[in-house]
Design a protein. Structure first.
Length: 159
């Protein structure tokens, strides 16, 4: 019986530690993913002619003309990571980057297996952020807390 009690206490301690580390994990995931996509966006705008060439000849983005896909991809890779790191519209940013990631895998048939593993990792982290949100250490949370504090409590009627 003591062993079961000890196991339950240890599990409870582990759960408290995991809950305390969750905001840190979410922040690290947001920064890691944002860095990957932001650097990719910088690469696109630093060599715009090369980017247009790749979108015309290598990447086959469904539905969109190559020029529109290049502008949209670069804009998404530069704007959404900033929102993700700040945790401002965190789920929106995660969803947008998830879509960019999926389109990258779909539109580039020459993607090697090692690169697909990276895209899977990014997709899993983005899905986590999409489902759980950017967590406590975010502007979304600060705004939500501020709105909650400003919500007036209804007056009670005197008896």
């Amino acid at each position: 019986m003591k062993a079961l009690h000890l196991a339950c206490r240890l599990y409870g301690c582990f759960e408290k530690l995991a809950a305390a580390l969750q905001p840190l994990f979410a922040l690290v995931a947001r920064i890691y993913i944002a860095r990957v996509f932001f650097l990719s966006g910088l690469t696109k705008i630093r060599n715009w002619d090369g980017t247009l060439y790749l979108f015309r000849e290598e990447y086959h983005v469904p539905v969109l003309p190559p020029e529109v896909a290049a502008v949209g991809g670069a804009a998404g890779e530069l704007i959404l990571p900033i929102l993700l790191v700040l945790g401002l519209g965190g789920r929106f940013a995660a969803a947008g980057l998830f879509i960019l990631n999926a389109v990258a895998v779909i539109s580039y048939p020459g993607l090697e297996a090692i690169m697909i593993k990276d895209h899977v990792l990014w997709g899993v982290l983005l899905a986590y952020l999409l489902v759980h949100g950017p967590n406590r250490w975010s502007l979304d949370n600060a705004i939500k807390c501020r709105q909650h504090c400003k919500t007036p409590t209804p007056p009670t009627e005197a008896a």
